[in-house]
Design a protein around this ligand. Structure first.
Ligand SMILES: *Cc1c(COP(=O)(O)O)cnc(C)c1O
Length: 355
């Protein structure tokens, strides 16, 4: 059976690094993003580590994720409450006082009952989810009329990874949104909600700018995902982090082959001679499918031979167990994608073992 080992030591290291960089004296500003099964790492396992580290605020994808970790945090925001809708779960979630529902449109404001906690999403230039700044007044009118609790006003800066001025333009736009929100909250006598806009790379870039703003205009939270998992995906020089997940697979069978023997589908790999073994993880388990032309090695330095199969991979090794990766950067590079995508695909049924 394959398994994903989660390093509590690396998690703590990443948290300390994030905290020192972003808000050494204000740990309550660091929120952890646990959506999509904690980016494939196992939501309960990572939530438990976060709870031990006294992190109080979490962001999840859907209601089911929120219900699963509700006792471990003081505040949880559900980013996509409609993504896996189930009437009974919704009813249960609405009863939990520390859950908030992300609202990305005026129409969805109308769908929640009185007293629901909501986090209002505003578009600040990414042009993806959220209401326009010009709709803020209408949104607050509805919030007041329907007696909803406005817990947060937030946006997502989509340029944190890029060396371009668009990042700063979006930050300035959110600043204007915050000013307008404060003015409207005062008018409607709604308490100031929490403001937040930055994910890992953006927060690392803009925490100093944020701290330079008057207190009431500062972001109250940084929504940190990938940095907790140990990756820095930005073009900028940022603190070194340590990947927390290592994927292990166990041997299924072994053959001693002559030099030049071909292996697997269409025989695209030829051995140099020696032991070749198959191991129990494949693309059916969510590991991307290695194919001809790709050169990837296990953490021990054994070559993983293309093509990968649905339930197994062949490796130039006869070790009983191999570490398929302890850092997905090489996989991300080979597949021309980002670490997020490789990690998030690992099936939830692969056991997660925290060490
Ligand atoms: C995924 C997500 C984040 C976290 O992004 P990272 O780059 O992983 O830090 C923050 N905010 C929102 C709204 C997200 O969807």
């Amino acid at each position: 059976m394959p398994y994903l080992e989660i390093s509590s030591k690396n998690f703590s290291y990443n948290y300390q690094t994030i905290l020192q960089k972003l808000a050494p004296k204000e740990p309550e500003k660091i929120a952890i993003v646990l959506k999509d099964n904690a980016y494939g790492h196992g939501i309960l396992e990572v939530a438990t580590l976060a709870n031990k580290a006294k992190i109080q605020t979490a962001f999840v994808k859907n209601i089911q994720e929120a219900l699963g970790i509700a006792p471990l945090f003081k505040d949880i925001t559900i980013l996509y409450p409609n993504s896996l809708l189930n009437a009974k779960d919704l009813e249960n979630a609405l009863k939990i006082p520390h859950l908030s529902f992300c609202v990305p449109s005026l129409e969805s404001l109308q769908s929640y009952p009185e007293n629901t906690n909501i986090a209002l999403k505003i578009d600040s230039g990414m042009h993806r989810n959220g209401i326009a700044k010009e709709q803020l007044q209408e949104a607050l009118t509805i919030i007041q009329a329907r007696n909803l609790h406005l817990k947060g006003i937030f946006t997502h800066n989509g340029y944190g990874d890029d060396l371009s001025s668009a990042f700063y333009v979006q930050n300035m736009e959110f600043l204007e949104i915050k000013k307008e929100a404060l003015r409207l909250c005062e008018h409607f006598k709604i308490p100031r909600p929490q403001f937040h806009s930055l994910s890992s790379s953006g927060a690392m870039r803009a925490s100093v700018f944020n701290a330079s703003l008057p207190r009431e205009l500062q972001d109250d939270l940084f929504r940190i995902g990938i940095a907790f998992y140990g990756y820095n995906c930005s073009a900028l020089n940022q603190p070194k982090l340590k990947p927390i997940a290592s994927l292990y697979a166990n041997k299924i069978s072994s053959l001693k082959l002559k030099k030049g023997a071909s292996i697997g589908y269409s025989g695209v790999s030829k051995t140099k001679g020696g032991s070749i073994s198959s191991y129990d993880i494949g693309y059916g388990d969510g590991l991307f499918r290695l194919r001809e032309g790709m050169e990837i090695y296990t953490a021990e330095g054994y070559r993983i031979l293309p093509r990968a199969s649905m339930d197994c991979i062949s490796i130039e090794s006869d070790a009983p167990k191999v570490c398929v990766f302890n850092d997905v950067s090489a996989f991300a590079k080979a597949f021309e994608t980002i670490p997020y995508e490789i990690l998030v695909h690992l099936h939830a049924y692969i056991p997660r073992v925290v060490v």
